[in-house]
Ligand binder design. Sequence first.
Ligand SMILES: NC(=O)c1ccc[n+]([C@@H]2O[C@H](COP(=O)([O-])OP(=O)(O)OC[C@H]3O[C@@H](n4cnc5c(N)ncnc54)[C@H](O)[C@@H]3O)[C@@H](O)[C@H]2O)c1
Ligand SMILES: O=C(O)[C@H](O)COP(=O)(O)O
Length: 317
Amino acid sequence: MTVILAAEPIPEQHVEDLQQQGLTIINLDNVQPEQLATIDIMFGWNKMVGPKILATPNHRLKWIQAASSGVDYLPLATLSEQGIIVSNAKGMHAVPIAQTVMSYILYFTRGIRQSLSSQANKEWRHHEIGRATETLEHRTIMVFGTGQIGHQIAVYAKALGLKTIGINRHGEKRDAFDEILTDQDYQTKLADADFVVNMMPLTPETENFFDTAFFNAMGEGHYFFNLGRGASINETALMAQLNNGHLAGAAIDVAQTEPLPETSPLWTTTNLVITPHISGYIPDIHERLFRIFEQNLPVFLTDGQLAVNQVDLSAGY
Ligand SMILES: NC(=O)c1ccc[n+]([C@@H]2O[C@H](COP(=O)([O-])OP(=O)(O)OC[C@H]3O[C@@H](n4cnc5c(N)ncnc54)[C@H](O)[C@@H]3O)[C@@H](O)[C@H]2O)c1
Ligand SMILES: O=C(O)[C@H](O)COP(=O)(O)O
């Protein structure tokens, strides 16, 4: 008997199918301590129950289908030691996140930011705001992380006339990028990148990657967007660059501490847009996650392997 712990909702229409295949589903809210040793698969992770399963002697957990693309919050070393495989949700967030990045770019360049503040004061600042608008042809976007999301950002960016530079670990070519550099040699083009986007997973290499030296090396009046993970950027350094005007604007969808505390100075930083980790949201998120899971399930049941989205536990993504 194979037992699935549903730590994320399994859409109702699929529950019966799974049961007909002989699978047992336990919902997180109903799981009893004596059942922890019986669970084979976790659909989603839960930070209270997951570690208890890993600490249960002779537990049977073999596969975790994470509900997110980033898996930095999982105990990756323990999972690797215990021979547990992990698949992530990569792919399903690419379109909404890439569209969110385009909305940040257009907000800053098409006078929307200034129009909203002028609207709040009931002022019709036609000439002043109009003259401050910019268009995007011949501007450059540099995207750190050319995976599912980074590539989709480049697709949309090219449609808006931007030159696209992608950064990945080994310099692998990707269609929508005009140029690819690595995390070791991006510095040659950084000052020319009007828009810099972080779309890398959080790993030991990418933690605190975007620091004071990085922001200093960006061009005057350029823009920085973080939709990867909060811990990849030094938030104090970013605030300093916005406050001193070196950067013209920034947007963050993720923060080192989430929810962002009421006392955080980020809330009131000049020219900083904060979206509350919503860029990847899609209305049918549970159905999309299930579609990834159901591609893996038959392969897992047959030979204990996965068909798609397997995480390299040593790389962390
Ligand atoms: N804001 C959100 O709601 C949200 C949603 C989904 C994903 N994310 C974040 O975005 C990340 C990327 O998601 P994805 O689906 O595109 O993943 P992906 O695995 O498809 O792509 C990851 C990319 O990062 C690159 N990379 C990894 N380490 C690197 C390094 N040290 N230097 C340069 N490049 C490096 C890889 O080469 C790859 O191109 C996730 O890990 C997650 O942290 C955020
Ligand atoms: O990595 C992701 O898929 C998104 O950031 C969503 O992650 P979360 O579900 O852990 O917030």
